[in-house]
Write a protein that binds this ligand. Structure first.
Ligand code: PEP
Length: 253
């Protein structure tokens, strides 16, 4: 099966309101008419509304960078899936390495969020990936398996087909050190095998696996040429109006 590529930009905590609006306008214009690829931008949550307004009638979808698993209540500072849907989100990034490693999110936390996102009709982009020490200790497959199975515990086959996985080696995020095509390809293939073992080959074949970690307009085409790499989750380069559209175009060329 040919999976439709999916390129998403994670703007993290890096834009002002006017920068976010300017950036989305520029990206929107630069990718007008591009077909055959799903695209999304994930601005800081306070600007979701403003960026969403700029995306009306555009092929670029809106995504959030995080959410909480509860539907409502006394959870100061948190946002629910329904709130994200309400401002037009289709996607939500869950379990990003910065949330796992800086903010202490566990696989159980991520799993609760995955269930809440799916139940609400949001598509979760679930991030997994090993640190440099874990890779050096040859624990990459174990860590990725632990995060994949832990974050998707209790997720049914039908639900799994709607999930996007992002393989993001922590050592490659924001460092300029990109995984080689072989390094990334090996982990993506092993993730595909885990999916097949858990959900069967037909479902595994439908689940998209993005690569993330220092993707640029210069290395995107090579990475996206790998059969198990179905797109990219892009941090730094997604903030550049000159680069992100080129990464999107690389997915369809
Ligand atoms: C990310 O944070 O998801 C990411 C991949 O960042 P960068 O592209 O900057 O490495």
């Amino acid at each position: 099966m040919v999976r439709r590529p999916f390129i998403a930009g994670n703007w993290k905590m890096n834009t002002t309101r006017s920068e976010a609006v300017q950036l989305v306008r520029a990206v929107r214009e630069a990718v007008a008419g591009v077909e055959g690829v799903d695209m999304a931008v994930c601005p800081p949550s306070v600007y979701l509304d403003a960026v969403g307004a700029e995306l009306k009638d555009s092929a670029i979808a809106l995504g959030a960078q995080n959410m909480y698993h509860q539907a409502k209540g006394a959870f100061t500072g948190e946002l629910s899936a329904a709130m994200l849907l309400d401002v037009g989100c289709q996607y939500v990034i869950l379990g990003h390495s910065e949330r796992r490693h800086i903010l202490g999110e566990s696989n159980e936390d991520v799993c609760r969020k995955v269930h809440a996102a799916l139940a609400a009709g949001l598509t979760p982009i679930v991030c997994v990936g090993e640190t440099k020490d874990e890779r050096d200790a040859k624990k990459t497959t174990d860590i990725v398996a632990e995060q994949f199975f832990g974050s998707l515990a209790g997720v049914s086959s039908d639900q799994a087909a709607r999930v996007v996985i992002a393989y993001e080696p922590v050592w490659a995020i924001g460092t300029g050190v990109v995984a080689t095509v072989d390094e990334a390809g090996e982990v993506h293939a092993s993730l595909r095998g885990m999916m097949a073992g858990r959900y069967g080959a037909a479902i595994a074949d439908q689940i998209r696996i993005q690569y993330g970690g220092s993707v640029t307009d210069e290395n995107a085409a090579d990475l996206l040429s790998v059969s198990d790499i179905d797109g990219a989750l892009v941090g730094g380069a997604s903030l550049k109006a000159g680069s992100f559209p080129k990464i999107i175009r690389a997915a369809v060329s």
